[in-house]
Design a protein around this ligand. Sequence first.
Ligand SMILES: *Cc1c(COP(=O)(O)O)cnc(C)c1O
Length: 388
Amino acid sequence: MTEGLEPFDLASLITAHDEGNFAEAVVPPIFQTSLFTFSSYDEMIASYRGEKVRPIYTRGLNPTVRMFEEMLAKLEGGEDALGFASGMAAISSAVLSFVEPGDRIVAVKHVYPDAFRLFGTVLKRMKVEVTYVDGRDEEAVAKALPGAKIFYMESPTSWVMEAHDVGALAALAKRHGVVSMIDNSWATPYFQQPLKLGVDLVIHSASKYLGGHSDVVAGVVAGSKEMIARLKAEAYPYLGGKLSPFDAWLLIRGLRTLPIRMKAHEAAAMTIAKRLQELDVVEQVCHPGLANRLPAGLNGTSGLFSFIFREGVDVRTFADRLRLFKLGVSWGGHESLIVPGEVVLQQKAQPNSAHTFGINPRSVRLHIGLEGTEALWRELEEAIAAAS
Ligand SMILES: *Cc1c(COP(=O)(O)O)cnc(C)c1O
């Protein structure tokens, strides 16, 4: 549907890192090493004094990880980026870099459940309060912002797919001197570049579309040099949630095909969402691409959306009939996936487990993978027929 951004020139980003020692390998090497040695006392002391920037220990600087970070910074239109061991390490490090006891965070409602739980546990214990607002209601956001330290966004959200006017919200945060952050995992920099819309920090679960092959758990934060310096000062080295060299290498591989994967996810998911919307047994399809137009700054849609069955459809039968669609959380890889809303609502033994994240018990979340739209649709139709 919507035109995406220009394809990224990833090859030139990779070769920019070749200082003559990669033997012209088309794929960059993995620096799978914990430490880097010094040839002399003088070289070692010069590094420790900061007179020479070079890798010392991988938790600090690793060339493969750095390569991924620089690629991501460039893709998001930022000056710098930091790779983390998971999306949650990225979120917690970003948030903890800007708050002190007594501070307040404003967050859009229906954020990623574990982000919500981080806010309700660790941050609550640190006496940091989180106020939730509807990101679609700019007046409510403007009212909540004065005095806050962080404005935490996620757009679109990853179950009910609420899409916000990120540029307008970022401008509100700026006006009130509040640091703005956004979880951009759903759209990826291919469809949305929040830094260019005025957001201070962009966060990803790289486990999803950036990696794109369901074989890595990782995260990343991108922004200006100044903003990233805040993370580098304490959270990155001392919380220690560093991205590993091998995972960074997998992410570099994944990024090479990000544009074509996103276009394919978009096309297949749009087709299936529109067809579902036509069915009598479907009450509502939650997909930002079905609205008259996308919010400003969102230039396309990905493969993740949800829909709500009408009363009387047996979701268990529907789910168990599917074969190409696997029952499973996460998303962003080749595979099509389904998560029944009722399963998430029954997730016990979690802090604040009464919270529903806006999930309807008759809803189902789909990730539309790359298996082929018609094969996926045939299977959905058959499963719906069996369940109705
Ligand atoms: C998966 C996910 C996260 C958390 O990322 P991990 O890599 O699993 O730690 C954060 N935000 C969104 C929207 C996600 O889907």
